[in-house]
Design a protein. Structure first.
Length: 262
């Protein structure tokens, strides 16, 4: 059984091996969504910073800007370099935005996470967010078995679909917790009951479902994928954030590696 202490030790070892500072480390995926089973992996995601000179190399673009580690006991670790993370933030990368909003935090150093969250409303593109989640929902919907759907696969379509609906309704990044999405969108009571049964089935594992019990939910996903509000997306105007994000990069680097440590 993996514990937060185990994860902390793993992150500290990565810091020592790669000579980096982990700025933030959070849980992502099903455990962050509140949709995990006992057998779900721990999807640890982190942002890290090298020393200043690492970024001053003429071969910067050829440098490896991520760290990956998987273990046999279900620990899946992925880290992005600070510069890579901020460039993806600039493009409204949905994975990075989700990491910022995770409420399962394993490590946090500097003010990077807090300051990134403060910039979220200005940086985030509603158009890109909705397009990403609707496309993800549609792609995963095609994987649902016609007769015996897996609860994991069905939720992998339903969750991004509800996320796209949230973004359309509230014009801001959606919360990670599935229950929060569900309660805020005011789903039909019968459909909500089906969803609650689906989540309960998922918590017990990925045993195939009897599709006859989820016909209403299957039809809802299929029809909602074509909802006008998810097809005709109104763009939100955004200022050029490059100066602010560059400033955050420099400030974070100074916090992570003060002059006496660089």
């Amino acid at each position: 059984m993996i514990s937060p202490q185990d994860i902390g030790i793993t992150l500290q070892r990565l810091e020592a091996i790669h000579d980096i500072v982990v700025l933030m480390a959070v849980e992502a995926g099903s455990r962050a969504y509140g949709l995990s089973s006992e057998n779900s992996d721990y999807d640890v995601r982190f942002i890290y910073a090298h020393k200043r000179d690492w970024y001053l190399s003429i071969s910067l673009e050829e440098q490896v800007d991520h760290i990956e580690l998987s273990t046999l006991d279900g620990l899946d670790v992925l880290g992005w370099d600070l510069r890579k993370a901020l460039r993806l933030f600039w493009k409204s990368n949905s994975s990075f935005v989700e990491w910022l909003q995770s409420d399962v935090i394993y490590m946090e150093k500097t003010h990077f996470r807090a300051q990134s969250r403060r910039l979220l409303a200005d940086v985030y593109s509603i158009e890109k967010g909705m397009h990403h989640y609707r496309s993800l929902a549609a792609r995963n919907f095609k994987k649902i078995s016609a007769d015996t759907p897996s609860p994991k696969v069905m939720l992998s379509s339903l969750r991004p679909l509800l996320t796209a609906l949230w973004i359309s309704k509230y014009r801001q990044p959606a919360p990670l917790r599935f229950n929060t999405l569900l309660s805020a969108l005011k789903i039909d009571p019968q459909l909500q009951s089906d969803i609650e049964n689906l989540v309960a089935s998922r918590s017990l594992g990925s045993k195939p479902l009897d599709k006859s019990n989820f016909t209403r939910l299957y039809t809802y996903i299929e029809s909602t994928l074509s909802a006008p509000e998810l097809i005709h997306i109104q763009k939100n105007s955004r200022d050029d954030m490059t100066d602010l994000l560059s400033g955050l990069f420099r400030q974070t680097l100074s916090e992570a590696w003060p002059p006496e440590l660089s």
